[in-house]
Design a protein around this ligand. Structure first.
Ligand code: EPZ
Length: 425
């Protein structure tokens, strides 16, 4: 396994290009199962997660290739297999996003029940509620969820859960409803930009989706969908991570392909902390810089447009160095705090009380060997290593490769000192 050896104390300065959004790419790639015509998807990032989904789509009869302009071409050639097995789902929870397209197009989907993961349980009860409402018969066999249906029937569905809306649950139900007979109204849907992107992608295939981006989505079912050529949105979580990287190193970064309208909740907090985000021209380019003195703030993660849970660990790291105490409450994944113990190893003063962490600001972080546990926690540890005194080793960086396209190749040219080495070297 790889680890990062990071020399702290350098200030980041320069320009970084934001990649396409992982969490838009995954459900959009899965939606290509809805047709046997070729779909071309542009700006799909080259990540462990997207490569993993390509393998799964190929096992489901799709031919996938990247062309010389880095666009992904997906064309289904064999629709006889409808199994997403345990190996697939165990390695990536988001494999569940093939459920809706498989059921809608092939009348059957067999998907392994996702187990838990480092950020908490990953139930799919809301996904299944949606499939059942559309007329699917569902049973559990050997850890696999088997859903079968003749043609799905449009209906009204309430998709809200105890933690609010579900992003991939919304993706699955919206996607399945595209080939259902009649109208489907989905209430309490996720409003994330990635859901909007998926709805726009489906419409580019000839679907009739409206209201995506609001808590009520309406889908008029159609008989067939055709191929398309589509460009996905930039990755707001990568952009937010790099905004925090500029702030924590007291540097100045120019981020190209950063849609500030997707990051209002983070920008709101960063402004209060003392970080300046300035749009420097029309095509999604921003300059990020920060004052030396950082103010403490309180954060509560919420469904979009609230503060994103996927930026909680990264902002916690910045707040470790604020002048005063901050309170961070996790309302989406209450256990998503595996990074706190690792940050405390670096001299942070974090105290977890249930779904809340009290962050007591300290003067500095000190380099140490730390362990990555999940995708965003590992990004937080890289941020910590860049600002800490001395050297930090971040182990198990395969977590970070799942969601950041060669992060050290983006950060080293603007001043970071991150070396990728084999853990047993
Ligand atoms: C998506 O996961 C993202 N992944 C996650 O990003 C992100 O953290 C999450 O949304 C929340 O924003 C992708 O888009 C690939 P949810 P998803 O269903 O859809 C509960 C990353 O770092 N719930 O919106 O799986 C669930 O337990 C990843 O890129 C149910 O109770 O998350 C959670 O508490 C990590 N029943 C809450 O809803 C269900 O059937 C939100 O989960 C489904 C979810």
């Amino acid at each position: 396994m790889d680890m990062f050896v990071i020399q702290g104390g350098t200030r980041l300065r320069g320009e970084v290009k934001i990649s396409g959004a992982k969490n838009a790419a995954l459900p959009i790639m899965a939606a290509c199962l809805l047709t046997n015509e070729e779909c071309v998807i542009r700006s799909v990032p080259d990540l462990a997660d997207t490569r993993h989904l390509i393998t799964l789509l190929e096992s489901l009869g799709a031919r996938v290739r990247r062309d010389e302009s880095d666009a992904l071409h997906i064309k289904v050639e064999d629709e006889s297999i409808s199994l997403a097995d345990y190996e697939s789902v165990r390695r990536m929870r988001a494999s569940i996003c093939v459920l809706g397209p498989l059921l809608a197009r092939r009348g059957k989907a067999e998907v392994s029940m996702p187990g838990g993961c480092a950020i908490g349980d990953r139930p799919i009860n809301l996904h299944l509620r949606g499939m059942e409402a559309l007329g699917a018969k569902i049973h559990l066999d050997g850890g696999n969820i088997i859903t079968e249906s003749q043609r799905l029937q449009g209906t009204d569905i309430f998709l809200g859960g105890p933690f609010g809306s579900t992003v991939l649950g919304t993706a699955n139900v919206m996607t399945a409803a595209c080939l259902a007979q009649g109208r489907t109204v989905i209430e309490a849907t996720a409003c994330e930009p990635e859901v909007i992107d998926l709805g726009d992608f489906l419409n580019s295939m000839g679907a009739k989706v409206s209201g995506h981006g609001t808590p009520r989505i309406i889908v008029e079912g159609v008989d067939e969908l055709h191929g398309t050529d589509y460009e996905i949105i930039p990755d707001r979580i990568e952009a937010g991570t790099f905004m925090i990287a500029a702030a924590i190193t007291n540097g100045e970064l120019i981020l190209k392909g950063c849609r500030t309208e997707h990051l209002m909740a983070l920008i709101d907090r960063l402004n209060l902390i003392g970080v300046e985000i300035e749009r420097i021209d029309k095509d999604d380019t921003v300059r990020v810089s920060s004052a030396r003195r950082l103010n403490p703030v309180d954060i509560t993660t919420q469904p979009y447009p609230g503060f994103p849970t996927d930026l909680q660990a990264q902002l916690m790291t910045l707040l470790c160095l604020a002048d005063g105490n901050s309170i961070i409450t996790e309302k989406i994944f209450p256990d998503r705090f595996m990074h706190t113990a690792e940050l405390n190893r670096m001299g942070a003063m974090l105290r977890k009380e249930g779904p809340t962490v009290v962050v007591q600001g300290v003067r500095e972080l000190i380099g140490a060997p730390v362990m990555a546990s999940d995708l965003r926690a590992s990004a937080a540890l890289v941020l910590a290593g860049m600002v800490a005194r001395g050297q930090t080793e971040v182990l198990r960086v395969y977590h970070i490769d799942r969601g950041y396209e060669h992060i050290e190749r983006k950060l080293n040219p603007v001043g970071a000192q991150i070396e990728r080495v084999k853990e047993n070297d």
